[in-house]
Design a protein around this ligand. Structure first.
Ligand code: HEC
Ligand code: HEC
Length: 214
């Protein structure tokens, strides 16, 4: 028992140091070409911080945290709100007048911040299994294949897969339901609509519980 506890402690400690010493090229890729210092000011003057949090960690479960998110993903969403490819009564208006430079800087600032895990209770075996392994029988691909280990997101072949680990549970389940019902349709090739349509409501709940605890 004591041995087990020690093993887990070592794992926790080493897990932490990996996060702190995250490889420089990954951080650079996540932040992109914008300027975080300018973005800190623009996100304050444009009032993004009032909803999304001063450091990109929001206090409202319906409002996504942007801390640690890939800048390329945030910029794509802002462009999608501008074009109408993604619809939301508040964000469509808020995004309307942002310039490309503002978007790059704001996204770089939030990407450079550390995400605060939403749900420290975490843990959900069914959700964890779907995340890591998917379900071949129903052609559900493992989320981790695209969203990366720990749901930290990744960028590959010109597609940016958002960080979903540690995100608010309420926001995550809301988006999965939106994908499932076809109320959100802006993923490349409709990939998220296909995946979410195959998920049951219980699976969406399990995945959101698991992911928010990462
Ligand atoms: C009044 C509150 C409010 C303000 C102000 C606001 N947002 Fe949002 N934002 C939201 C909500 C709510 C959502 C979730 C939309 C949904 O459910 O689809 C969101 C979603 C987003 C997303 C999509 C994130 C994702 O993970 O897909 C981005 C990017 C974003 N906001 C950026 C900004 C920026 C940049 C600003 C400032 C220019 C801003 N927001 C100001 C409430 C706000
Ligand atoms: C084949 C790749 C792929 C797989 C597998 C995949 N996703 Fe995604 N997912 C994406 C992409 C790409 C986006 C970004 C869509 C966009 O640009 O709007 C996304 C977006 C999301 C979002 C929205 C995040 C936000 O901040 O709004 C959630 C939630 C999500 N995926 C959950 C999942 C879950 C849960 C699974 C597993 C059951 C999964 N995804 C499997 C590619 C994938």
């Amino acid at each position: 028992m004591r041995f087990l506890a020690f093993g887990m402690l070592a794992l926790l400690v080493s897990g932490k140091s990996v996060a702190v010493d995250e490889d420089a090229s990954t951080i650079k890729q996540r932040i992109g070409s914008g300027d975080p210092a300018t973005g800190r000011e623009t996100s304050a003057s444009e009032r993004c911080q009032e909803c999304h949090g001063q450091d990109g960690n929001s206090d409202d479960g319906r409002i996504p945290s942007h801390a640690g998110q890939y800048a390329g993903y945030l910029i794509k969403q802002l462009r999608d709100f501008q074009s109408g490819a993604r619809k939301h009564p508040v964000m469509s208006v808020v995004a309307e007048d942002l310039s490309e430079a503002d978007m790059a800087d704001i996204a770089a600032y939030f990407a450079s911040q550390k995400r605060r895990q939403d749900n420290s209770a975490g843990g959900n075996a069914a959700g964890g299994n779907l995340f890591s392994n998917g379900d071949q029988a129903r052609a559900i691909e493992a989320c981790a294949n695209c969203h990366g280990e720990g749901g930290k997101g990744r960028s590959a072949d010109n597609v940016t897969y958002p960080a979903i680990g540690g995100q608010h549970k309420t926001y995550l389940s809301g988006q999965l339901v939106n994908w499932k019902l076809g109320e959100r349709t802006n993923s490349p090739g409709g990939v998220m609509n296909k995946i979410a349509k195959a998920l049951t409501d219980d699976e969406i709940e399990a995945l959101s519980t698991y992911l928010s605890g990462l």
